[in-house]
Design a binder for this molecule. Structure first.
Ligand code: FES
Length: 133
């Protein structure tokens, strides 16, 4: 499946201090996908979500099946934008915590990628979590 997503240039490992995009590039509520090189050289998809002042990013990997959640580019949210939605099974995840609240992986969480909003941009924060992605 080809996804029309932002690919970091040059294709690189996820690292602290990387600007994912400008905050204005995300709808409110909205979501956007980014591709990086994983620790085994594989392609890793992460996505950022925004709802008002809340901005979070997660690894695009469902805790129950390891699959990517979205069926279409940048499409990670429920219709009302209040929840992260697995387009394959209808599982929903809390936007703030990434914890599944309904579906096959209830109480399991998405792996969070720490981000901050700095000078109007969404930037990965300093964390050892990034080394495991
Ligand atoms: S892949 Fe786990 S709920 Fe869809």
């Amino acid at each position: 499946m080809s996804h029309n997503v932002i690919r970091s240039e040059p294709f690189t490992r996820l690292r602290a201090g990387y600007t994912l995009c400008e905050l204005d590039e995300l709808n409110n509520p909205g979501s956007k996908e980014f591709l990086f090189e994983g620790k085994e050289g594989e392609v890793v998809s992460i996505f950022a979500v925004r709802q008002g002042e809340l901005v979070r990013a997660y690894v695009n990997r469902c805790p129950h099946a390891g699959a990517r959640l979205n069926g279409a580019p940048d499409d990670f949210l429920s219709n009302d934008g209040s929840l992260i939605l697995c387009s394959h099974h209808g599982a929903v995840f809390n936007l703030d915590s990434g914890v599944c609240t309904a579906g096959p992986c209830v109480n399991y969480g998405l792996q969070q990628v720490p981000v901050i909003v700095e000078n109007g941009a969404i930037v990965t924060a300093d964390s050892s979590v990034l080394n495991d992605v």
